[in-house]
Design a protein around this ligand. Structure first.
Ligand code: BG6
Ligand code: MG
Length: 219
């Protein structure tokens, strides 16, 4: 019996995955190299420091811990420039009607994001009040693919993992949901997210019943 949905934020509710990509790429270019959109898939859902470590590895660059802190800060400053310009028009198409359909069915809602900026983004787009629990990068000690962020979300609602569906656009996020015993819906491309219980391209035209049917059919 499904009682709640836990949403990743970046790339699921808003297209901030694009802003992360632009800001990280700006940092890589600043350091004298570039990386591809395909490599960027590996950064989705991954914490700021883990992302930086991967990018430095791709560029074959070594930095001290202090330098890494400075680089992460530089990227975050650029990223915040982008997100502080956001408003509700950036909520991805289909998301609001989908949240409404959950409300109508009495399904509870939470956010489970690795981002320390999740609170800022939810405020910018005016959605903070729609979620019963918001677990963000400030509340976790282990980043996706560890299931901690979703486990804390379920705990905050006093629910078991198997009573919750996690919506994720990241490979690492789907891994996290599966590792925690949640039902996982991938939002994006089958080729990246095929390990989820069910994959949707986006929320356009979707209602809660469609998700339940999709999960059932896939089994
Ligand atoms: C995740 C994003 O939601 O948050 C990652 O998918 C990002 O790309 C991570 O690195 C951490 O975000 P922030 O805002 O704390 O740097
Ligand atoms: Mg994401």
């Amino acid at each position: 019996m499904i009682k709640a949905c836990i949403f990743d934020l970046d790339g699921v509710i808003v297209d901030t995955a694009r802003y992360h990509f632009i800001a990280w790429r700006r940092l890589a270019n600043y350091l004298g190299f570039d990386f591809t959109e395909e490599e960027n898939e590996k950064l989705k859902g991954v914490s700021r420091m883990d992302s930086l470590n991967l990018i430095l590895q791709w560029g074959g660059i070594e930095k001290t811990e202090v330098e890494k802190e400075e680089l992460a800060e530089l990227k975050n400053g650029w990223y915040r420039e982008y997100i502080l310009r956001m408003d509700s028009s950036e909520i991805l198409e289909g998301v609001l009607p989908f949240l409404d359909s959950l409300g109508e069915e009495g399904i509870r809602m939470a956010v489970g994001s690795s981002s320390k900026n999740a609170g800022t983004i939810l405020d910018q787009i005016g959605l903070t009040h729609r979620f019963e629990a918001i677990i963000d990068g400030n509340k976790i000690t282990r980043s996706k693919p560890d299931p901690q962020v979703f486990e804390l979300g379920a705990e905050a609602m006093q629910l078991q993992p198997m009573e919750c569906i996690v919506f994720e656009d990241a490979e690492a996020g789907v891994d996290a949901a599966l590792a925690g015993g949640f039902l996982a819906v991938g939002v994006g491309k089958e080729e990246n997210l095929g390990h989820a219980h069910f994959v949707i391209p986006n929320f356009v035209g979707l209602r809660f019943q469609h998700i339940l049917e999709g999960i059932k059919k896939a089994h």
